[in-house]
Design a protein around this ligand. Sequence first.
Ligand SMILES: NC(=O)c1ccc[n+]([C@@H]2O[C@H](COP(=O)([O-])OP(=O)(O)OC[C@H]3O[C@@H](n4cnc5c(N)ncnc54)[C@H](OP(=O)(O)O)[C@@H]3O)[C@@H](O)[C@H]2O)c1
Length: 317
Amino acid sequence: MHVVIIGGSGHVGTYLVPRLVEAGFDVTAISRGEREPYRPHAAWQSVRQVAIDREKAEGAGEFGPRVRALEPDIVIDMICFTLASAQHLVESLRGQVQHLLHCGTIWIHGPSVEVPTTEMQPRRPFGDYGIQKAAIEAYLLDEARRGNIPATALHPGHIVGPGWAPLNPAGHFNLRVFEQLARGEEITLPNLGMETVHHVHADDVAGAFMGAIAHWSSAVGEAFHTVSPAALTLRGYAEAMADWFGQPARLRFLPWDEWKGTVAPDEAQATWDHIAHSPNCSIDKARRLLGYEPRYTSLQAVQEAVSWLIDRGQIAV
Ligand SMILES: NC(=O)c1ccc[n+]([C@@H]2O[C@H](COP(=O)([O-])OP(=O)(O)OC[C@H]3O[C@@H](n4cnc5c(N)ncnc54)[C@H](OP(=O)(O)O)[C@@H]3O)[C@@H](O)[C@H]2O)c1
């Protein structure tokens, strides 16, 4: 069985491609060839790598036909960000593949109502990224349920793993926040620190894709959250990380309008994007239908990533 993964050398592909090879699939990975996976793995020696720039190929109307020409049984699309892009691919793959798996995001949801949020809840996305991802999901599931393309949408939370900076307890990506907690210094959080973030380890996202492939009849026409078993409040996250560093948590709280002036503009924007969503998503459906069982809690995933950064001197403790 031949799997084509579009965008296979990123956070998720680093774990998913070796899992696919080990499970016996023939794997072709499409990317621009500009980067290596975060971790080397012998499995990559048996992966066919095809260099295509999706945006350029789509612009020429060639991307879908080039994917179809690879004769995949399964296509995993890690990097679809617009409805037009999804439609272009589906037009080429209709009737040609057994399964199309799309990587979405939990930002298909806007403000939460009942938490944990289930996949059944109406979508109220905001921001272009979430709006586009929700439109892609709606389109793919509609096409799947009408029997036009056997598609599944998987929605990760904040993806974490060794090799890149995890979303920190202040809701942005500056590693200094971890250093301050490690030294027992005071950090300032917005509002009461009760807004939430929902991480997931990249390998657990990969596991969800494997589960969806293995449980085809339950997965087609369906969307699944792929997050850790529980979201974290910013305050709880900060306290747990300080504890992990062996320090007391010294936390101060400021109303958003004051807090945003205490960090760089890009950090304030990242925090706003995260706390405005304050995701807290259920994984009951993925557990029940895909056998999804994440190996990492949010904290375990972050701590593995932070350990990796400490070992390489990128976080000074
Ligand atoms: N990061 C998060 O926290 C997060 C959270 C929720 C959902 N997601 C979703 O996860 C997906 C991204 O997965 P990821 O984080 O594993 O990917 P990633 O780390 O961003 O890697 C992107 C992959 O796509 C390739 N790529 C990028 N631009 C390309 C282009 N124009 N043409 C062909 N290949 C291209 C990259 O390789 P080259 O650079 O070599 O081309 C790489 O293999 C997205 O759909 C995103 O919405 C991410």
